[in-house]
Design a protein around this ligand. Structure first.
Ligand SMILES: Nc1ncnc2c1ncn2[C@@H]1O[C@H](COP(=O)(O)OP(=O)(O)O)[C@@H](O)[C@H]1O
Ligand SMILES: [Mg+2]
Length: 236
């Protein structure tokens, strides 16, 4: 499948058209951004590592009948995906308190949550991706009530699947972000990526951070940490 015109360039990926108008190519960049794009950098090899990690996780989710846009892995940092009409929302599921939960609501850092927390964010760079609830989404005409319900159900299912997948590999799934879209039949499908850019992942024994927090807080060893996640999830 060949790359045709560039349809969209985001902060971490590029989307290209293909000869099939229902399919697009997602190309993962080495570029990294954090704090609403205020911190910028590049992590050598990140694009290909994230593409591989995302591919493995999408394939694993397919085995549990989670609908995703993933079609197949292409060479290097590229993935063939179904073109979706993206819903400009991000769902977040949190199993352990950290990041904005600590800053905004004074949760003790690294506190395991007895009840996992589901959050909804509006994907809008100009507004700084604000936290919203489903009523905002309905009022803005972004998604229908049954779509938000499906997004919640799928996010919870994906959390259960990936949490135990990570646990068996000595990893803790702390929290993660997902994006959904509609396919040509209007069905809700998981899109975007699942990688250390979009999940927080810790080593179970040492709680060493193996995700984008290493970039956010200049902890060093970012590429090594991403490679470590890949190595652990590759060994079944
Ligand atoms: N299957 C898909 N079809 C069309 N667009 C998609 C699909 N999956 C993800 N996208 C969109 O492609 C872009 C991916 O690039 P990215 O660099 O992550 O963008 P951003 O800077 O907005 O986070 C995002 O806007 C995302 O919503
Ligand atoms: Mg993105």
């Amino acid at each position: 499948m060949e790359k045709k015109e560039l349809l969209h360039e985001g902060k971490a990926k590029r989307i290209y058209a293909t000869e099939d108008e229902t399919l697009v190519i997602q190309e993962f960049k080495d570029d990294a951004t954090a704090f609403d794009g205020n911190k910028k950098g590049s992590i050598t090899g990140k694009g290909e590592i994230n593409c591989t990690i995302s591919s493995i996780l999408f394939e694993y989710l397919h085995s549990y009948h989670v609908p995703t846009h993933y079609v197949r892995r292409l060479e290097g940092n590229m993935m063939l995906i179904k073109k979706l009409d993206m819903i400009p929302l991000e769902t977040v599921m949190r199993n352990i308190a950290t990041g904005s939960l600590v800053k905004r609501l004074a949760f003790p850092d690294a506190k395991p949550l007895d009840y996992s927390i589901f959050e909804l964010y509006l994907k809008n760079d100009d507004l700084g991706d604000p936290l919203i609830n489903e009523y905002h989404a309905f009022a803005m005409g972004i998604a229908r009530p049954e779509e938000i319900r499906s997004m919640y159900r799928l996010t919870a299912k994906i959390n259960a699947i990936l949490k135990s997948f990570m646990e068996r590999r000595g990893l803790v799934l702390v929290d993660f972000k997902l994006e959904f879209g509609r396919d040509e039949n209007g069905d809700l499908i998981l899109g975007d990526e699942i990688s250390p850019d979009t999940c927080r992942i810790w080593d179970r024994k040492t709680h060493k951070k193996l995700d984008k927090d290493r970039f956010r807080f200049d902890m060093g060893g970012v590429e090594k940490a991403y490679q470590e996640v890949l190595d652990r999830i590759s060994n079944v």
